[in-house]
Write a protein that binds this ligand. Structure first.
Ligand SMILES: [Fe+2]
Length: 293
């Protein structure tokens, strides 16, 4: 049974409401054997095989050794070099796949709408090609992810994050912590993936929802290819920060260089702002940011 793009097709036969409950609780959610409802995705020519992807891919490919480096430390190579690197145990990351497979665009938009998140949400498709016997070290991401296993078998371990909720940056175990992330984290970070982990094995047709901030690590037991739908929804902080900036940019006083750095001047600006903010209304701000009344 082919289903139209959206969360229902990803989670069937479990319900969208079931998924929402897991999202609210920051719990992973998995379904298997989605070959029928996701036939459109699984039959995309670009995803037929890694060779097909490399042959058709017009952009550079990110390459990283997941055992030692993070994808933040990837190098960029052409498709031929990527094939060689994969053969020597490197993971390949193909970004913004929807630009080369336009069939993915309605999926990204439908999932975003079903999630009920802002139209300003950053959304993209990624493809990971992971050689057998390798995997990604423990980390958490600031975005939410739906992973569709396309080829091969990949083992995932996921664990609740008791160090930080709702992170705004990703973090890999053992790496330096971003200063802002550190400011709202409970330290120290663990030295390995927490023991209350869940193990999930993804086979072709499996769909896994990875909540924002959940610790996870992976290991491919065969060469594996997965398609990720990734969403970074603006936080209330982002929405308010953008509104504040666009409002204050209209003010000659706020655009003045903070020079000399006088406390009294800044204090006067803050008093003016606090008088103004009481007249702000959420609906007016969202009408601008979301482009609808
Ligand atoms: Fe991740």
């Amino acid at each position: 049974m082919t289903m139209s793009p959206g969360i229902a097709a990803l989670t069937h036969p479990r319900s969208t409401e079931d998924l929402r409950g897991h999202m609210r609780a920051a719990e992973p959610f998995v379904v298997h054997n989605r070959q029928a409802s996701l036939a459109e995705l699984l039959s995309l020519p670009l995803l037929r095989s890694l060779d097909a992807l490399l042959a058709a891919w017009p952009d550079p490919v990110e390459v990283f050794d997941p055992e030692v480096a993070d994808e933040a430390n990837s190098v960029i190579v052409g498709p031929d070099e990527a094939r060689t690197q994969f053969a020597s145990g490197m993971t390949l990351l193909f970004s913004e796949v929807q630009l080369h497979a336009p069939q993915l665009v309605p999926w990204l938009e439908a999932i975003r709408a079903d999630l009920g998140v802002s139209a300003l949400t950053e959304k993209r498709c990624l493809v990971y090609a992971t050689p057998a016997g390798t995997g990604t070290g423990a980390h958490f991401d600031q975005n939410v992810n739906f992973v569709l296993q396309v080829h091969g078998t990949k083992r995932w371990w996921l664990a609740p994050n008791s160090n930080v909720t709702r992170p705004m940056t990703r973090h890999r175990l053992g790496q330096p912590i971003d200063p802002e992330l550190e400011s709202y984290s409970r330290l120290p970070m663990p030295s390995e993936l927490p023991v209350d982990r869940t193990e999930i094995v993804l086979e072709p047709g499996s769909v896994l929802f990875v909540p924002r901030g959940t610790w996870h690590a992976t290991h491919a037991t065969t060469d594996a290819l997965s398609l990720n739908f990734t969403f970074s929804a603006p936080t209330w902080l982002d929405v308010f920060g953008a509104a504040l900036r666009s409002r204050l940019a209209l003010s000659d006083d706020w655009r003045e260089a903070a020079m000399p750095l006088e406390v009294a001047t800044f204090e006067a600006l803050l008093r003016d702002l606090s008088d103004d903010v009481v007249n702000w209304h959420a609906a007016d701000i969202l009408a601008v940011t979301e482009g609808e009344p």
